[in-house]
Design a protein around this ligand. Sequence first.
Ligand SMILES: NC(=O)c1ccc[n+]([C@@H]2O[C@H](COP(=O)([O-])OP(=O)(O)OC[C@H]3O[C@@H](n4cnc5c(N)ncnc54)[C@H](OP(=O)(O)O)[C@@H]3O)[C@@H](O)[C@H]2O)c1
Length: 245
Amino acid sequence: MINLSNKRILITGATGGIGKEIVSTCLSIGAKVFAVGRNIEKLDEYKTNKNLTILKCDLLIPKEVEELLTKLERLDGIVHCAGKIYPYPIKFIQEKQYNEVFSINTQSIITFTSRLFHQKLIAKKASFVFLSSVSVNHPYIGGSLYVASKAAIEAFSKSIALEFANDQIRSNCISPALVQTEIYEQTKNSYSKEQWDKILSQYPLGIGKPKDVAQLCVFLLSDLSNWITGISIPMDGGLLLNNSK
Ligand SMILES: NC(=O)c1ccc[n+]([C@@H]2O[C@H](COP(=O)([O-])OP(=O)(O)OC[C@H]3O[C@@H](n4cnc5c(N)ncnc54)[C@H](OP(=O)(O)O)[C@@H]3O)[C@@H](O)[C@H]2O)c1
């Protein structure tokens, strides 16, 4: 049985579809949770939970990040869910598009993580979990910037695993295929019904639910995964079985 009692867990993107489910799952197994997002009213249903601290912060605004750092306690787990999907065909990518995607998916996550270490907010034996994407190894047309931004996060995660192994700090990525959240709804809207049905038919176990991701996440945060570090775990409901035909 997974137990996170006495563990302090920070979750960015806690107001999103996957992040919110991770908040709820962590609370249900005893963790003390610091939930970070911009539209924090999305967490209203949990706000009376005494183990939850809700922190409003735009990770793209350095002043807000510095303020956030002053409100945290030493952390045993850090889950980075903040991120966005922006589809751009390669021939239309300019500095503006590059910055839009990399600023939230990569740069803010890397610099914030660095600040957490610098401020000595990471406990020994802490566990990092980064939300990447199965598309890092199986790209899709139009996804080049998104895929590249997540590939950078996977490389960063491996670097944490190596650089802080002496403190038994671990770092891993979860790489989902389609999970039913707002991102899913936005993606769906850019396809015809026929195209979308074809995409869904490629998932032998159907598309993912936020709960599926949250369950793997709490395993990676827990002591049950003590010997797992520096990897990225795909979660795809069997999608890649179909793609290898
Ligand atoms: N859903 C999928 O199919 C899927 C598949 C593979 C990987 N992923 C990855 O999983 C993660 C979570 O996805 P999701 O589906 O839960 O997405 P989501 O529902 O759109 O949530 C995205 C989260 O990122 C936060 N965020 C965005 N910009 C921010 C900023 N400047 N400062 C602070 N927070 C910011 C949002 O906060 P506010 O809402 O408060 O603004 C929200 O909490 C993402 O990294 C995504 O790339 C998702």
